[in-house]
Write a protein that binds this ligand. Structure first.
Ligand SMILES: [Fe+2]
Length: 285
């Protein structure tokens, strides 16, 4: 019988996972055990604190559903999501940022150059960009999955006043990698605070605001997919994002514009805001 002691417990637990076939999975579990045990040892974790932690995870699970991942939100406010994004960064490529909880697959395909504004209130915005590789060569087969919130700060999935698929779409870029969309200025919003993550934010006296942003996923054959966000330079929360998603390179000016031909082509009013959005994708490793 093995005599489990403080000195041999961690190694014994690691050994118990040594039969995991997949090398990477085995390594991840090994390091998870290592750092969990180090955390408990370093902090002198008490029974009460351990129970409180388990109860917190129970509440996390209870409030989660297919349309709400409290675990993703916890990862976001702990900065883990952003760390994973930063670890995945490749030199020369556009930086990634958090996916957030409001991406769902199956967004409607629309033509490049579409206007998403329809009945939405808000300041009209023209997004113009170009998808290239890191050497500036256009990626003619790139696709863009785009979503944002409405002028009331809410995404269509959680707001009955908005039509299905409001302010989201997928487009294919032109042969020269260029694309354009007419939409509205996004708004800052609060991450959900009615669950355990809200408890954590309140006890930390942290704000729950996210600065206004567009979400995009850009994909092109042979290249690493990019999940990122584009932030409004003028937003008051741009330096205090609750989920640490802001990168300087992703903060863009929303510049007043009034080109008559462009406004007519895109179905925009005479005065609108213009956002330039260059996207560079790294090759697959
Ligand atoms: Fe968002």
């Amino acid at each position: 019988m093995k005599n489990i002691t403080r000195d041999n417990l961690t190694d014994t637990v690691k050994s118990s996972f040594a039969q995991i076939d997949d090398e990477r999975q085995r390594h991840l579990v090994n390091r998870l055990v290592h750092h969990l045990h180090a955390f408990a040892t370093e902090t002198g974790l008490s029974h009460d604190e351990w129970r409180e932690g388990i109860a917190f995870l129970h509440r996390m699970a209870e409030i989660s559903s297919p349309s709400r991942s409290e675990f993703t939100l916890l990862s976001d406010v702990l900065g883990l999501s952003s760390l994973v994004d930063l670890l995945a960064a490749r030199p020369g490529a556009t930086e990634g940022s958090v996916l957030g909880p409001f991406h769902t697959r199956g967004s409607p395909w629309v033509d490049n150059g579409s206007n998403l504004i329809r009945d939405n209130a808000g300041e009209p915005v023209l997004i113009q960009g170009r998808v290239t590789d890191i050497d500036g060569q256009p990626l003619a087969n790139a696709t863009i999955d785009f979503w944002q919130n409405a002028d009331n700060g809410m995404y269509w999935q959680i707001d009955d006043s908005q039509p299905q698929d409001n302010l989201r779409c997928q487009i294919k870029v032109q042969a020269d990698g260029c694309f354009e969309l007419a939409t509205i200025r996004p708004r800052p919003y609060l991450v959900p605070t009615d669950g355990p993550v809200g408890e954590l934010l309140r006890v930390s006296r942290r704000d729950a605001w996210r600065p206004a942003h567009f979400h995009i996923i850009v994909e092109a054959p042979g290249h690493r997919s990019l999940i990122t966000e584009v932030f409004d330079e003028a937003d008051p929360w741009v330096d205090k994002d609750a989920v640490f998603g802001v990168r300087a390179s992703l903060v863009r000016p929303f510049t007043p514009a009034s080109d008559a031909a462009t406004a007519q082509r895109m179905g925009l009013p005479a005065n609108y805001l213009s956002v330039d959005l260059p996207i560079r994708l790294a090759r697959e490793d």
